[in-house]
Design a protein around this ligand. Sequence first.
Ligand code: HEM
Length: 353
Amino acid sequence: MGKSTIEDKIIEECDCLIQRFESYKGQQFDNIMIMNASVANIIVAIVFGHRFNYNDPIFLRLMSLINESLRLLAAPIVLLYNAFPFIGFLPGAHRRVMENVKEMDAFITESFVEHLEKLNANDQRSLIDTFLVRQKEEKSNPDTYFHDKNLKCVVRNLFTAGMETTSTSLRWGMLLMMKYPDIQRKVQEEIERVLGSAQARYEHRMRMPYTNAVIHEIQRFANILPMSIPHETATDVTFKGYFIPKGTAITVLLSSVLQDEAHFEKPNEFYPQHFLDSEGKFLKKEAFMPFSAGRRICAGETLARMELFIFFTSLLQKFTFRLPPGVTDVDVTPAEGFTLMPNPHMICAVARS
Ligand code: HEM
C-alpha cells in the first residue's frame, strides 16, 4: 500500500490533534468534533490515501452524515424497522438513515471512479487502489468478492464502525483522567520514565504496563457497545444444550463479561488494577471483550488498539486534563445512543512544561 505505515498515519494525525488542543491555550472546549475529525482522517488516509483539511465541506458533510445516522440508529422506529422490515414504507428516522447511506454511497462511488482514473498497480496508495487492482485481476471470475457493491459497503462500514467507536473511547479516557487526577499523574510518570519526550509508538505499550492497564480499564468501564452488533443465526444451532433455529435474532451482551464480578473485583468502578498483577505487571483478562469475540470480532481491533495507545499516550505526554473552572465533579453516566458516549461536557487541556 502507500509509502508510510498505518502507525505513521496515526502519528501524523495525532500531531495535528495536539496542535488543535494547543490552540485552546488551556481554556475549556468541547472535544467531540475535534476527536471525530482526527479519527475519521486516519480512516480517510487508509481508504483514500490522502487526508482532508478539517474545514473541507465534503469532510464535514461526511462526518455529519455518520454522526446523524449513528444517533438515529438508536431511535425506537429504527429498532422496530430492524425487527419488522415491512414497516419500511412508514415515514421516520429509518428513512433518513437510508437517505444518508445513499448520499455516502454517491460520494464513495465518485471517489473510486477518481481512483480508477489514476490507478497505478505498481504504486498502490490506498485501500481503494488495492481493491481496484484485485478487481481487475479477478475480472473473469463471476464469483469474485471484489465488485463495486462490496467496495462501497467496505468503505462505508469502515467509516461508520471506525470513527465514533475510537473517538468515543478516547473521550471517555480524557473524562476519566479529569475525574481521577491521581491515575492521570501515574500515567504521566510512566510516560516520563519510559518515553521522556520521545514519540509514543505502539511497541512501547510492552514497557508501559500502567498506561496499558489504564487504557484497557477505560474500554472496560466505558463499555461503549454493550450489546455489540445484532446477529442472526445462518443455520440451525445447538449451543450449550439450547436449540436455536436458523434465522433467530441474536444479541450478545458484552456487559455480561466486561462487568462480570468473577473476573473484575470492582466491576462498577474505574479501577486500573483490574489489569495489573501484584508486581505491577500487565495482566491479560479473557473477559476483556470490548471488541466482541469469534469469527465476527471487530475487524478494526488492531487499528483501534494502536490508535488508542498512541493518541492517549501522546495527549497525556503533552497535556494534563483538568475540569473547567467552577466544575467540581465529572458525570460518568453515559448518554443513550447506538454507542454509550459521555454526556456533553467541556475539557481543559493544560500544556505540560
Ligand atoms: C475502540 C474502538 C472499537 C470498538 C470498541 C469496536 C467494537 C466492535 C464490536 C463490538 C463489533 C461487533 C462484533 C460482532 O458483531 O460480534 C465491531 C464490529 C466491527 N468493527 Fe469495530 N470497534 C472499534 C473500532 C473499529 C475500527 C477503528 C474499525 C475500522 C476502521 C472497526 C471496524 C469494524 C467492522 C468493519 C466491524 C464489523 C465486522 C463484521 O461484521 O464482521 N471497528 N466493532
